[in-house]
Design a protein around this ligand. Structure first.
Ligand code: SF4
Length: 344
């Protein structure tokens, strides 16, 4: 057995340079086997979690223009929108009628929205509808603070008081500055993203972390990303989950490569070996499909990254109901349990 895998199985932390060797040189089957072993030790009751939430994209107006994004529009574009409070309420009520009490608010970076828009939305969702809200990626938070000439720390206090309970790991993609230049030069640097996340965690706003890969990143870029996340977690313990996504084709000018099933599962296994400090490794059913998702649960993952209720009623590419999620997990050979955004 490879000595680095032995080390991980021996509950010893693996160094980034060792993770790089695993990624570059070690066969994927060895890594997923070890990832599965560690998952079994962590969760001897064979439990697999799922959660359910509705994403509400409150605006598609965005000044950042990431090269891979087809969602954003300029303010002048006739397809641009900003949802009213009533429209957001309506969408949250639709989710509630399906038994979904968690809302994930996500938008573009739109400097023209008044501060009250965010505060009123959070208050309406949490105080009137009593739903739990995860919202605003680090890039949204930084730009909202800038637009309103306020320190980020004050903005976080204000949003938390209004009802925000956790923040997504969105906008991280690949936290290596060379890749960020290609993905989105106007987005936060890796350090700015990390500092913002640390502040959120210190303010009592925990959340999730992710990686998005499958462009022209190198193995070194991937390990650099994992290292940034692990270092933040050592400081804050604010990440409850880590999920691996792949880039989806959206724009013609952003290079995407096909990520094979073996490569995806190898990343899942590697994450389980590398993240000795993050409880849950999620497999992305939405991005990779249910067949590969099932294998992900035997490669180190212990969570299926949710039923996500999509815009425009409630059409989803993955599992759409709690029953479907539970039966998927049972059929895969595990015991399902519902996980809230910020718990377990
Ligand atoms: S910041 Fe978000 S919405 Fe704006 S361009 Fe980038 S991915 Fe799209």
């Amino acid at each position: 057995m490879n000595y680095i895998i032995e080390k991980a199985l021996d509950n010893k932390r693996i160094f980034p340079e060792e993770a790089l060797i695993l990624l570059r040189e070690v066969d994927w089957t060895e890594i997923v086997h070890a990832g599965n072993e560690i998952r079994k030790r962590r969760y001897p009751q064979n439990k697999v979690g799922y959660t359910a939430y509705r994403i509400i994209n409150y605006t598609n107006i965005c000044s950042i223009q990431c090269s891979f994004c087809s969602f954003c529009r300029s303010r002048e574009n006739p397809e641009s929108f900003v949802l009213s409070l009533d429209q957001i309420r309506q969408k949250a009520l639709e989710a509630k009628s399906l038994g979904v009490n968690q809302i994930f608010l996500q938008g573009g970076v739109h400097a023209g929205l008044p501060l009250n828009y965010y505060v009123d939305t959070l208050q309406m969702l949490t105080q009137e509808l009593h739903v739990e809200v995860r919202a605003f990626s680090p890039v949204e938070l930084v730009y909202i603070a800038k637009a309103h000439h306020m320190p980020l720390t004050d903005l976080l206090d204000l949003l938390k008081k209004a009802g925000l309970s956790s923040v997504p790991g969105a906008g991280a993609e690949l936290l290596s500055d060379s890749m960020r230049q290609k993905l989105s030069p106007k987005k936060l640097s890796a350090k700015e993203w990390g500092d913002t996340m640390i502040l959120c965690h210190e303010k009592g706003l925990p959340g999730s972390a992710n990686i998005v890969f499958g462009s022209d990143e190198t193995p070194k870029d991937i390990i650099e990303h994992l290292q940034v996340i692990r270092d933040i977690q050592d400081k804050t313990q604010g990440f409850l989950t880590f999920v691996a996504w792949t880039f989806q084709p959206q724009t013609p000018h952003f290079p995407i490569r096909h990520v094979t099933g073996q490569e995806y599962l190898k990343i899942i296994g590697l994450c389980r070996l590398f993240f000795d400090n993050i409880s849950h490794i999620e497999v992305s059913l939405l991005g990779m499909g249910t067949s590969l998702g099932e294998l992900g649960l035997y490669s180190g993952a212990d969570d299926i990254n949710s039923i996500v209720i999509e815009e425009n009623v409630l059409k989803s590419h993955g599992l759409t109901t709690i029953e479907e999620a539970e039966s998927f997990i049972k059929n895969a050979g595990f015991t399902p349990y519902f996980r809230r955004f910020n718990f377990d």
